[in-house]
Design a protein around this ligand. Structure first.
Ligand code: HEM
Ligand code: CU
Length: 565
């Protein structure tokens, strides 16, 4: 357990160099939010260019073709590595894991602090890369060689290696954090907490961490080779002597599981919220767990579905089509478990619940459209069109944005000891969900019409420049502007509620898990002098033998299990 329980007193040791898992979690959260603003601003700039090509973008200026590439690349890179990962895994994982397993902190608090510091350095290097001579890297977040490996092709002799270094450091930060997460959940669970008493969000973060650790090795090796190609003139991935396709294998062996790395924590958040706000036991706790493991394992056998047009053997394409489509089975079971949990519950449409429900609906659309891309025959048509862009935003946006808002609005009372404003929360919810759909549905249609991605000005392509398509682009961009504008009520609500919100009780949602036993906000060391003991699983809601419709894990008494089936 962490050494010092008295709690630091000076500003520096309390907020900047803190060892407290909650403070480190907040540091990750606010850094992630800051990066989300940059990533969103980049999306604004390049979408404005698509809607109004060649015109000055208010707040940015002229978007040149080089700018466009760099904006798209860094938008994607930031959203995945500096928003989804820090907020969903690092921030919520750090904040929740010790509280939900009844521990006073992570088992390696210093490693935890080092993890955040390396992460911060990686973010600074990435931001610096936009300002060096030649500008930021523009070879896409997938960084395929030879474009990425050869400065004569990418024209960013400094931007490209800095981008790669930043990504590599970010990965180091998450490996350190991951070691800490795994060890803590294995060793620091409080008395009575058995494997199947662990709340689903903790399980999901742990499985995500395992996936990350198992998939990232080849990418790190590849990144070092790529860096050598860029800076030392080696030829691992060059066309003469090396093998550019090798990078695609290394990248996607990591890249596809990475989608599940960020997906799983969001799924876990959804489990906590839908049980609390439907007052029902989670349907199929063990089935959800096994299906998640199955998804994780399968995700290592699908990577080449990104390479159907890269010249792989068509017989291999069939194999990878089959494994890809197989994944929809466990994911489908998970969705059915969510629906069965909601079925017949007494549902409250609170703000966190709205986000959780929206997650299920929007993510389903992302999953269903993926079936077209997983089948090699149809993917050859759809590949690199904005159909793909729309598909993966229907997975990533629910994960990184909807899942995050679900988590923040649900745990805000615990984080800051105050309640957020419901009305503003609902305005923000609808102001995000409606424009999101208006933004990306047109991209499906445009993609089906043959609109390729990573093109900065469609006026250069007469077939794609007609008014019908251009009007859809304008509609999508205006929807984005609305979406961004509706984030202001959220930021106002967040910061105002932190200081002025109504004071929160210990357990405002009447939930069962251990974090709700600690004071809001929890002090240094979380539970005071006595750790809570666990007597039952996390989802005993509406138990027939009890008057209260919830049954905290820490309340002494029988385990209270009733047969589910
Ligand atoms: C704020 C709303 C967002 C908008 C308007 C938006 C828009 C776009 C568009 C239009 C592209 C394709 C550009 C092109 O290919 O020319 C793109 C690329 C991308 N976006 Fe987003 N996006 C948003 C949020 C997100 C989020 C939340 C994530 C992930 C967590 C994300 C991840 C990506 C990735 C990985 C790419 C690929 C970048 C590349 O091609 O190198 N985006 N985005
Ligand atoms: Cu994939």
């Amino acid at each position: 357990m962490s050494g010092d329980h008295h709690g630091p007193t000076s500003f520096w040791s309390k907020y900047v160099f803190s060892l407290d898992h909650k403070v480190i979690g907040m540091q990750y959260m606010f850094t992630g939010m800051f990066m989300a603003i940059i990533g969103g601003y980049f999306a604004y700039a390049f979408r404005m260019q698509l809607a109004f090509p060649g015109q000055e973008v208010p707040g940015y200026g002229i978007v040149t073709s080089h700018d466009y590439n760099s904006l798209v690349t860094n938008h994607g890179t930031i959203m995945i590595f500096w928003v989804a990962m820090p907020v969903l895994i690092a921030a919520l994982g750090n904040f929740l894991i010790p509280l939900m397993i009844g521990a006073d902190d992570m088992v390696f608090p210093r490693l935890n602090r080092l993890s955040y510091q390396i992460f911060l350095v990686s973010a600074i290097i990435l931001i610096a890369s936009f300002f060096v001579q030649g500008g930021g890297f523009g070879g896409a977040w997938t960084s395929y060689p030879p474009l990425s490996s050869n400065p004569e092709y990418n024209l960013t002799p400094l931007g490209a290696p800095l981008w790669l270094t930043a990504v590599a450091l970010e990965i180091v930060a998450f490996l350190l954090g991951g070691i800490n997460f795994l060890t803590t959940v294995m060793n620091a669970r409080t008395k009575g907490m058995k494997m199947y008493d662990i709340p689903m969000v903790v399980w999901m973060i742990i499985i995500a961490t395992l996936l990350f650790m198992a998939s990232v090795g080849p990418l790190v090796a590849g990144a070092v080779m790529l860096l050598f190609d860029q800076t030392l003139n080696t030829s691992f991935f060059s066309v003469d002597g090396g093998d550019p396709l090798l990078w695609q294998h290394l990248f996607w062996f990591f890249g596809h599981p990475e989608v599940y790395v960020v997906l799983l924590p969001a799924m876990g958040i959804v489990c906590e919220i839908i049980t609390t706000f439907s007052r029902k036991k989670l349907f199929g706790y063990k089935e959800i767990l096994y299906m998640t493991f199955a998804t994780g394992i399968l995700s290592f056998f699908v990577w080449a579905h990104h390479q159907f047009v890269a010249g792989i053997d068509p017989r291999m394409a069939t194999v990878f089509s089959i494994t890809t489509l197989l994944i929809s089975i466990p994911i489908g079971v998970l969705c059915f478990c969510f629906i069965a949990t909601l079925w017949g519950g007494s549902i409250t449409f609170s703000v966190p619940m709205l986000w959780a429900l929206a997650f299920i609906g929007e993510f389903l659309l992302g999953g269903v459209t993926g079936i077209y891309l997983g089948s090699s025959g149809t993917d050859i048509f759809f590949h690199d069109t904005t159909f793909v862009v729309a598909h993966f935003h229907y997975t990533f946006f629910p994960i990184a944005i909807i899942g995050t808002f679900a988590g923040i609005t649900y745990w805000f009372p615990k984080m800051f000891g105050r309640m957020m404003d419901e009305t503003l929360g609902k305005v923000h919810f609808w102001g995000t969900i409606i424009p999101f759909n208006c933004l990306f549905i047109p991209l499906f249609l445009l993609g089906m019409g043959g609109q390729h991605r990573r093109i900065y000005n469609y006026e250069n392509f007469p077939d794609l420049a007609g008014p019908e398509m251009q009007n859809m682009r304008i509609f999508a961009t205006l929807s984005l502007v609305a979406l961004l504008a509706f984030q202001l009520p959220f930021l106002y609500n967040l910061f105002r509620s932190m200081f002025r919100g109504e004071k929160a009780e210990k357990n405002p949602w009447k939930a069962n898990t251990l974090e709700w036993v600690a004071p809001s906000p929890p002090p240094h060391g979380n539970f005071g002098h006595q750790f809570p003991e666990v007597f039952r699983g996390p989802y005993e809601f509406s138990h027939p033998d009890r008057e209260d419709d919830f049954w905290p894990q820490s309340e002494p008494g029988p385990r209270g299990e009733i047969k589910e089936h």
